[in-house]
Design a protein around this ligand. Structure first.
Ligand code: G3P
Ligand code: CA
Length: 341
């Protein structure tokens, strides 16, 4: 019994010293290559990516959340793309509609069906904002009745503001939607988003020659990334990594998977995997790293110290403020003091 305790303490001491030594090394001498790697692809550094829009302050994946993220100055709007039964590409995260809509009231018998089992007209009957008002301190009457958002509408939102963010599109549950990658690209082309010189010349990137990359594709599915690569190899791709995936294959294994046949140029790990040495190992292979979902200031500060390539966040305003990049507010008219005469 005593031997076991001694061994346990020895192991804890050894592991602790290793962490302090190795972590300390990177805190003193952090890996700086994230910026260079992003510059190769025309991606601003560090990239602030609004996850489902400004989804702490407005209902996720709705027009309000994306408009807010755009007007806050986010570099990219992140959006999950799925397909309705009749073929419309929509922005929606979950597999079914119960968490973020009133589907149980409107279609009580079909409430637990998948989002792709509904037609676009049916989804238009649902309210995607009122659930948020019941739960959030940012509730607002303007969120009542938020409608399902299409990919085409998201593109318009990105184009319409004073600041034009890029789009990071995730093929969500792509195994359920064969061919969705080609359809996403078709919509982007029809809406004049791809190959648009006005977007490539946006002033998002200073001091580098490369043009701005207005589009990035994301997926947890290597097969889906492969389809994007076959269709438009020049558009940067990022392989997302969740808990299950890191259980099946270690970090080094995913680095190899991502670089095999140029499958992806970046990795999107869950925040807890973003150890300095993981980021450094990714940089060794010329991969950028965008951890998700980074919502707390302490996380941003820790990741900034190790030069994270970017931040996928529900709170782009918090990160932009930390980076001192919030857009300037319009000047207020000077106050004229009232005359006392
Ligand atoms: O941005 C990464 C993230 O979008 C992946 O997770 O579940 O929010 O789509 P999820
Ligand atoms: Ca997503």
């Amino acid at each position: 019994m005593r031997i076991r305790y001694i061994l346990l303490i020895a192991f804890a001491l050894l592991f602790g010293s290793f962490m302090v030594f190795y972590g300390g090394y990177y805190l003193i001498n952090p890996d700086m290559r994230g910026e260079e790697i992003l510059a190769n692809y025309g991606i601003p550094y560090p990239a602030v990516i609004a996850h489902r829009g400004s989804s702490i302050k407005a209902p996720e994946s709705t027009a309000s959340a994306y408009e807010l993220a755009r007007d806050t100055g986010s570099d990219y709007l992140e959006a999950d793309v799925q397909r309705t039964r009749d073929g419309e590409l929509i922005i929606f995260h979950d597999e079914n509609l119960t968490r973020t809509s009133n589907v149980e009231e409107v279609f009580p018998d079909r409430a637990h069906l998948k989002v792709g089992d509904f037609t676009y007209e049916e989804l238009k009957k649902l309210d995607f904002g009122s659930w948020f008002n019941e739960e959030s301190r940012y509730a607002s009457p303007e969120y009542e009745g938020e409608e399902i958002l299409t990919l085409r509408e998201l593109i318009q939102i990105a184009k319409e503001g004073d600041h034009t963010p890029g789009l990071i599109l995730e093929s969500k549950h792509p195994e359920k939607y064969p061919g969705i990658e080609a359809e996403i690209i078709e919509v982007l082309e029809e809406e004049n988003w791809l190959d648009n010189p006005d977007l490539a010349n946006l002033p998002q990137i200073e001091d580098i020659e490369k043009e701005f990359a207005p589009t990035i594709f994301f997926s947890f599915s290597p097969a889906s990334l492969r389809s994007f690569k076959d269709l438009r190899p020049e558009i940067p791709r990022l392989l997302l990594i969740n808990d299950n995936m890191i259980g099946r294959r270690n970090w080094q294994g995913w680095l190899e998977r991502a670089t095999e046949d140029d499958l992806a140029q970046g990795l999107g790990p869950k925040g807890f995997m973003s150890w300095p040495w993981h980021i450094a190992a990714a940089h060794e292979k010329e991969l950028f790293v965008f951890p998700y979902t980074i919502n707390e200031l302490w996380q941003v500060k820790a990741l900034a110290r190790i030069h994270s390539s970017g931040y996928i966040t529900d709170r782009p305003d918090v990160i932009l403020e930390f980076l001192d990049r919030l857009p300037e507010l319009p000047e207020l008219p000077e106050l004229v003091e009232e005359s006392t005469h």
